[in-house]
Design a protein. Structure first.
Length: 315
């Protein structure tokens, strides 16, 4: 049984990590968050220590380190995006391996910095890239691999996940902290595209705003028009008023159906990490490079065949 700490225990994604720790037969020893709305712990690991000041959390973790039986083996990081780098580095320096939510960090330079901390501490960073474990994604990847090598698939990716006014007031609405909508809600899609279709060859942006972004990506095996939004006004007419989310991935005329099967992917990710097959810094680099370019790109008009249809409706 391994000892875990969790940083960011009050966040949206934290319960999936708590359950993954429990479901893999391990122990959540201590959790930290500046907010104290963490009652979910009672149903998963009520005996876990909990702190709302990072200094007290860190001191407790140092005390655990004195005894090999209680020392932390892993630190899970679920804090706001802009704190990931600092919390990953802290976890490594506590003598633990680190499992971090995406986006791991905002820039390739910070990936390089974490590689130095890995070398200094002898510990390792793992990124949760759960779509790589989804059965529908794995089937598509296999299909692409078996297609003639000169085949390029035409992909249209649309993801609209409505957010209320609270979003703009939270850290997620601050680009300095979330790194923008394409990074915050899109990074796992860019990793999925790379995982399936190979290396990225071209990356242009057609629209970039606080609530939506769109562009064109060309991979070794695919041409991708993409559109991401948190604006409910972008929902298709047949969805608006009925659902708050619209997700569609069309691959050369065939819809990729992967709306089911998400529930246990964090547990699968943990199982793979514990078995020595987790995704590390090198695996995460590609999607970080992708969103870094998107975040800093100047939008262009774009060729008609490369622009997502939803962009035409934007003023």
């Amino acid at each position: 049984m391994k000892n875990f700490a969790l940083i960011g225990a009050a966040g949206y994604i934290a319960p999936r990590h708590m359950r993954a720790i429990k479901d893999t037969g391990n122990h959540l020893a201590v959790a930290y968050d500046i907010n104290d709305s963490v009652g979910i712990i009672d149903s998963i690991s009520p005996q876990s220590e909990f702190f709302t000041e990072f200094e007290r959390f860190q001191e407790h973790a140092q005390q655990l380190k004195r005894n090999p039986a209680s020392a932390l083996d892993y630190v899970a990081v679920c804090s706001p995006n802009y704190l990931h780098h600092a919390h990953i580095a802290a976890g490594l320096r506590l003598g633990a391996d680190v499992i971090c939510e995406k986006p791991l960090v905002p820039t390739p330079e910070l990936v390089d910095e974490l590689a130095l901390v890995e070398k200094e501490t002898g510990r390792k960073v793992y990124n949760i890239l759960q779509l790589r474990h989804h059965e529908a994604i794995l089937r598509l990847r296999d299909k692409v691999a078996k297609a003639p090598s000169d085949t390029k698939f035409d992909v249209e990716l649309t993801y609209i996940t409505s957010r209320g006014k609270w979003y703009a007031e939270s850290w997620k609405g601050d680009n300095r902290k979330s790194f923008g909508v394409a990074t915050n809600i899109g990074v796992h899609f860019y990793d999925m595209l790379h995982f399936i279709f190979g290396k990225l060859q071209r990356n242009v942006v057609h629209h970039s705003g606080a609530a939506k972004a769109a562009g064109y990506l060309e991979y070794e095996r695919a041409r991708v028009r993409w559109f991401l939004s948190i604006d409910a006004d972008d929902l298709p007419a047949d969805v608006k008023g009925k659902k708050t989310t619209f997700r569609n991935i069309d691959v050369s005329g065939e819809k990729l159906e992967f709306s089911e099967g998400f529930t246990d992917l964090h547990t699968v990710s943990y199982q793979e990490i514990l078995a020595g097959r987790g995704y590390g810094l090198a695996d995460a680099r590609h999607c970080i490079e992708t969103v870094n370019v998107i975040r800093n790109a100047v939008p262009i008009k774009g060729d008609q065949g490369e622009v997502h249809p939803f962009v035409r409706h934007l003023a």
